[in-house]
Design a binder for this molecule. Structure first.
Ligand code: NDP
Length: 472
């Protein structure tokens, strides 16, 4: 077994308070990772004031120079990639390998570079003898970014990069569970950015609430639970803030009866278990036709058996612990309720309550009622319910019947048929023969209570810009 050492991180030393601070522990081992400073509401006000004061200068910088600054920030991240990945692995719990910590840091680099390459040009809407109207995209001002604990670095970059690209300044409130990863990320980014265009305010929900209410914050970009999203929408209403809400999901995947289970098993498994299932747009309920049911179940069990779970710094692992105890409990309760309902556990489902760390075994649940809680509620962890269907229309109805609709997927060999089924699914994104395959050029966002607004690409730049039409 190869174990990567957890070196004393110089970045960690730079972001920790000289003394005191809140302790952050590794969810896999319980070891102390570091200490975080805690911002008060007064500190937050001061940070917003600095960001507001700097914003006009940043907006006045040419688009080309802002792109160069983002590229320089990407280079700085690349230079610190391994150090950042180790810190992320220890704080969040995700393994270094697989679609996890090293992947997340490298995605931050590529998202920064991609965002630097996009430009939002003015649009000539009308140009005729009697008049000319041109739509310009102005910066909004200060953007408040509130992030979750599952992909703390990557989601922060999704919020930071387009905002800075468009000439906004950004105040970031990381999740209380994973502040060190985001503080370290921002420490590195700031080696390449002018002072005060990007400020971190590590604190708990009260700091996020003040950011959402702050009269000098023009926009909130939020990723997290639907419940907190609703609360932010209410808090932000008084100042008519712009908002991008990327909230919870419970993505359905529908396997069609012409699919090849063996060929698809790996992609279905990782569509569901990426980041140990703690991903907003992960596949969280799988619908499989009766004719392929046993084959799909067997193929998924095989992949699960070949995917080691354990401490993130042990190089062979590709699955890790659940990040925190409340989330572990949600997964445990939902699987327990599925078991009690008579569903069949194909693998996992029996956590060692005395183990060190918040490990929940990779769990596949078959013969489950389509309205059982493990199917209809978001588990956000390593457990996948597999629902049998005999009628495709019925499966589509089940897929569409929840209040959330972030992503979805269709699996089959006939391109026309998969496209037809995809068109009948309600979601922000539907993938064919893949799940959660995001791309910095392709807009991503939710339908229904999974949120509103899109991130990424040119469409994402528009979300952090004020449209301004000049007509003559
Ligand atoms: P939350 O929605 O509670 O937290 C997300 C962020 O919002 C955190 O930074 C949090 O701060 C902050 N926050 C909390 N309360 C407020 C408030 N009133 N105003 C402004 N900001 C606030 O998510 P959790 O991390 O607690 O996870 C709970 C559930 O959310 C999970 O079970 C999962 O279903 C879902 N989730 C979805 C994610 C996604 O990517 N869509 C990501 C993570 C979770 P603090 O952490 O300090 O409380």
């Amino acid at each position: 077994m190869t174990v990567t050492d957890a070196p004393t991180s110089s970045l960690l030393e730079r972001i920790q308070p000289a003394e005191g601070g809140r302790e952050i522990h590794d969810p896999a081992t319980g070891e102390l990772v570091g200490r975080t400073r805690q911002t008060t509401v007064a500190d937050l006000d001061a940070a917003v004031a600095r960001a507001k004061a700097t914003q006009p200068q940043w907006a006045a910088v040419s688009s080309q120079e802002r792109a160069e600054a983002l590229n320089a920030a990407a280079e700085a991240l690349e230079a610190h990639a391994e150090e950042l990945a180790i810190l992320l692995s220890r704080e969040q719990g995700k393994p270094l390998n697989g679609p996890n910590a090293r992947f997340e840091v490298s995605a931050c680099v590529s998202w920064l570079r991609a965002t630097a390459s996009f430009t939002l040009e003015p649009e000539v809407i009308v140009d005729e003898e009697s008049g000319r109207s041109v739509l310009h995209w102005r910066p909004l001002g200060v953007v408040g970014a509130i992030g979750p604990w599952n992909w703390p670095m990557m989601i922060s970059i999704w919020q930071i990069a387009p905002s800075l690209r468009q000439g906004n300044t950004v105040v970031v409130k990381p999740s209380g569970y994973t502040p060190l990863s985001v503080l370290a990320l921002i420490e590195v980014l700031n080696t390449a950015l002018p002072a005060d265009v990007l400020i971190a305010v590590p604190g708990r929900g009260d700091v996020g609430e003040r950011l959402s209410a702050h009269p000098d914050v023009a926009k909130i970009m939020f990723t997290g639970s639907t419940e907190t999203g609703k609360s932010i929408i209410k808090t932000a209403a008084d100042t008519v803030k712009r908002m991008t809400m990327e909230l919870g999901g419970n993505d359905a995947g529908i396997v069609l009866d012409d699919a090849d289970p063996k060929a698809l098993a790996d992609d279905i498994f990782w569509g569901a278990f990426i980041n140990t299932g703690q991903t907003c747009a992960a596949l969280k309920r799988l619908y499989v036709p009766e004719s392929l049911y046993d084959q799909v179940c067997e193929a998924l069990v095989e992949v699960a058996q070949q995917s080691p779970m354990g401490v993130g710094l042990e190089e062979q692992n590709v699955l890790g612990p659940v990040q925190n105890k409340p989330q572990w409990q949600i997964v445990a309760d939902l699987v327990a309720s599925a078991k009690e309902s008579g569903a069949r556990i194909l693998i996992g489902g029996d956590p060692d309550e005395n183990a060190t760390g918040y490990f929940y075994p990779t769990t596949l649940v078959a013969d489950i009622d389509p309205h059982q809680r493990l199917v209809t509620e978001e588990q956000f962890g390593p457990a996948l319910p597999i629902v049998k269907y005999t009628d495709l229309d019925q499966a589509i109805e089940w897929a569409n019947e929840l209040d959330v609709a972030l992503g979805s997927s269709v699996w089959g060999t006939d391109p026309d048929r998969t496209e037809d089924v995809a068109a009948r699914l309600v979601a922000g994104s539907t993938w064919i023969n893949k799940h959660g395959a995001i791309d910095p050029r392709v807009p991503f966002g939710g339908a229904k209570e999974s949120g509103f607004g899109v991130e990424f690409g040119i469409h994402g730049l528009k979300e952090v810009s004020q449209p301004h039409v000049i007509t003559r």
